[in-house]
Design a binder for this molecule. Structure first.
Ligand SMILES: Cc1cc2nc3c(=O)[nH]c(=O)nc-3n(C[C@H](O)[C@H](O)[C@H](O)COP(=O)(O)OP(=O)(O)OC[C@H]3O[C@@H](n4cnc5c(N)ncnc54)[C@H](O)[C@@H]3O)c2cc1C
Length: 466
C-alpha cells in the first residue's frame, strides 16, 4: 500500500455515460482528464444495462426548446434554469454522441442508441446497447488522451476556502490517491442501491422495492456534495417502473416487461379494490406513491381482453407483456367475473366491483376526470373476461441529488455555484420528479449535463486558454 498524489486539469468521478461524456468532451477541447471509477471497468453502472432510448420528456427531440422545457416543468419539481438548459441542449448532445461514434437510429419517435442488440431473458434487457455505448465513448475518450483508473473509489472532495480542488480516493489494494484538479465532475449515479438513504428520503419501506438499477449507485456523490454544503433537491422522487410481483423472485420479469398500454387501458387498485392514483400519467407516479407505503407491493393492475391483445405491440417494453407473462407464468390471473378475479388476486371483491362500475360509468360519459381519483386519459370501459396481476415497483434510479446550474456547476445552500465542482447524470437533482412522475430521460439528462460539465470543467481548469 502506498499513497500517491496526481495533478490533472479535470478529474471525473464515475465512468458511466455522464462521466464518459464529461471526460471526453473536456479532453476533446484540450484538457488533461483523469477519470476514476470504483467498478471493475468503466460503465459498470446503470449505463451498462440501458435500453438506449433517447427519451426527451415524451416529445420528439426535434421539438422546439420551449416545448421540451414545458414538458420538463410539467412534473412540478424541476428547476427552471436546469430544465431550460436541458431543453436547449438535447439535440446538441445527441448530435455529439453521434459525432463521437455512437450509432443512432432516428427512424422512430424516440431515437435509439446502438439499436442492433440482442435481448437477455433474465434479467430482461438489451444486451449490447449499454456495452456498445460505453465501448464507443471509451474509445473516443482514449483517442483524446483521456486517462482512467478503475477499481478506484472517490471518498471525499478536497475543498478549501469554499472551492473544490480535487478528490481523495482509494484503490482496491487500499492505497490512497490524492488528485489535485482545476475542476472536478461528480458523475457517480444515484442512491438507489443504498437502503438506508432510500428509507430516509423515499419511504420507510422503499428499500423493499425491486432494485432494477445498478448496485454501484450507493449515493457516494450525494454524500460528497452534501459534505461541501451543496444544495440537494427532489430526494424523495424515484425513477421506478411497475413490473409483475413475480420479479421479486424471478429474473425473467424485470426490468421488462413494463405495462404502458395496459396502464392506458386498465386501472390499478389497492387491497380494498380501490384506485389510489391517476394511471393516466403512467407507472412512474404510481410507483412513487407505492414506495411510500408500508407494503410497497399491495397494488394490482386490472384490465380486460382488448387491453391484453393491444399489449402484444407495446412499443415501450423490450418484450411485450403479451405473450411474455402468460407463457412464463408471470403472475397473471384471468376470470369471467370481477368477484372471481378478486378472489384469485386476494383483493376485496365488492370494492373492486364498485371501482370498475364507477370507472365504466365515467368512461361511458367521458367524465373520467370527475372521478374521486381523477383519470387523466380517456380510457374505455373495462369488460369481462378480466385480467389481474400483483405489482412491485422497480427502482431504476433516484431522481434527486445536488442541484446544478446552467453550467452544470453544483450550487450551495444559498444558490451560489461552488467553484470547481460540477455534476452530471443520475447524481444530479433538479431536472426530474413531481406529481406526474417528471421523468425526462436518464440518457438525455446524462448526455446534456455531461457535455456541459465537460465544457465548463475544461474552461475553468484552463482559464487562461480562450
Ligand atoms: C435497465 C435500465 C434501462 C434503462 N433504459 C433507459 C432508456 O432506454 N432511456 C433512458 O433515457 N434511460 C434509461 N435508463 C437510465 C439511464 O441508463 C441512466 O440514467 C444513465 O445511464 C445514467 O448514467 P450515469 O453515468 O449518470 O450513471 P451510471 O451509468 O450509473 O454510472 C455511474 C458510475 O459511477 C461509478 N461510481 C459510483 N460511485 C463512485 C465513487 N465513489 N468513485 C468512483 N466511481 C463511482 C459507478 O461505478 C458507475 O460506473 C435505463 C436504466 C436501466 C437500469
Amino acid at each position: 500500500m502506498s499513497d500517491a498524489t496526481r495533478k490533472t486539469d479535470v478529474v471525473v468521478v464515475g465512468g458511466g455515460l455522464a462521466g464518459l461524456v464529461a471526460g471526453s468532451r473536456a479532453a476533446e477541447l484540450g484538457a488533461q482528464v483523469l477519470l476514476l471509477d470504483k467498478g471493475s471497468f468503466l460503465g459498470d453502472g446503470n449505463t451498462q444495462t440501458t435500453t438506449g432510448a433517447y427519451y426527451t420528456a415524451g416529445v420528439r427531440v426535434s421539438s422546439a426548446p420551449g416545448e421540451l422545457y414545458a414538458r420538463a416543468m410539467r412534473g412540478g419539481a424541476a428547476n427552471a434554469e436546469l430544465a431550460s438548459t436541458w431543453a436547449d441542449n438535447c439535440s446538441r448532445a445527441l448530435d455529439w454522441l453521434e459525432h463521437v461514434g455512437v450509432e443512432v437510429d432516428n427512424h422512430g419517435d424516440v431515437p435509439l442508441l446502438e439499436p442492433k442488440s440482442a435481448v437477455s431473458t433474465g434479467p430482461v434487457y438489451r444486451v449490447d446497447a449499454g456495452t456498445n455505448i460505453i465501448k464507443k465513448l471509451r474509445a473516443f475518450y482514449e483517442s483524446q488522451n483521456g486517462v482512467s483508473m478503475s477499481k478506484t473509489r472517490a471518498l471525499k472532495l478536497i475543498a478549501s476556502d469554499g472551492r473544490v480542488t480535487g478528490v481523495e480516493a482509494q484503490d482496491s489494494t487500499g492505497a490512497r490517491l490524492t488528485v489535485r484538479s482545476g475542476a472536478t465532475v461528480l458523475a457517480t449515479g444515484g442512491f438507489q442501491a443504498n437502503r438506508e438513504l432510500l428509507r430516509k428520503h423515499v419511504g420507510k419501506h422503499a428499500d423493499s422495492c425491486k432494485l432494477m438499477g445498478s448496485s454501484s449507485a450507493t449515493g457516494d456523490g450525494l454524500k460528497m456534495a452534501t459534505d461541501v454544503r451543496a444544495k440537494v433537491v427532489n430526494l424523495r422522487y424515484i425513477y421506478a417502473r411497475l413490473v409483475s410481483y413475480k420479479a421479486v423472485s424471478d429474473d425473467r420479469f424485470w426490468p421488462y416487461p413494463t405495462f404502458e398500454t395496459l396502464l392506458e387501458d386498465g386501472l390499478v387498485v389497492d387491497g380494498k379494490g380501490r384506485r389510489f392514483s391517476d394511471e393516466g400519467w403512467g407507472d412512474v407516479p404510481l410507483a412513487n406513491v407505492l414506495a411510500g407505503w408500508d407494503d410497497v407491493t399491495r397494488a394490482w393492475l386490472i384490465f380486460d381482453e382488448a387491453a391484453w391483445e393491444r399489449s402484444r405491440t407495446d412499443p415501450s417494453s423490450v418484450v411485450p407483456p403479451n405473450p411474455w407473462l402468460s407463457e412464463k407464468d408471470g403472475g397473471l390471473f384471468k376470470a369471467d367475473s370481477l368477484s372471481d378475479l378478486a378472489r384469485k388476486l386476494g383483493v376485496d371483491g365488492r370494492g373492486l366491483e364498485q371501482t370498475v362500475e364507477r370507472f365504466n360509468a365515467a368512461a361511458l360519459r367521458r367524465r373520467l376526470g370527475e372521478l374521486e381519483v381523477p383519470r387523466f386519459n380517456n380510457a374505455r370501459q373495462i369488460r369481462g373476461p378480466y385480467y389481474g396481476m400483483r405489482l412491485v415497483p422497480g427502482i431504476v434510479s433516484t431522481m434527486g441529488g445536488p442541484l446544478v446550474n446552467k453550467r452544470a456547476l453544483v450550487v450551495d445552500r444559498n444558490d451560489r455555484p461552488i467553484p470547481g465542482l460540477f455534476a452530471a447524470g443520475d447524481v444530479v437533482g433538479g431536472l426530474m420528479g413531481g406529481r406526474t412522475g417528471g421523468y425526462v430521460g436518464g440518457i438525455s439528462q446524462a448526455a446534456v449535463t455531461g457535455l456541459i460539465a465537460g465544457e465548463g470543467a475544461r474552461k475553468l481548469a484552463m482559464a487562461s486558454i480562450p
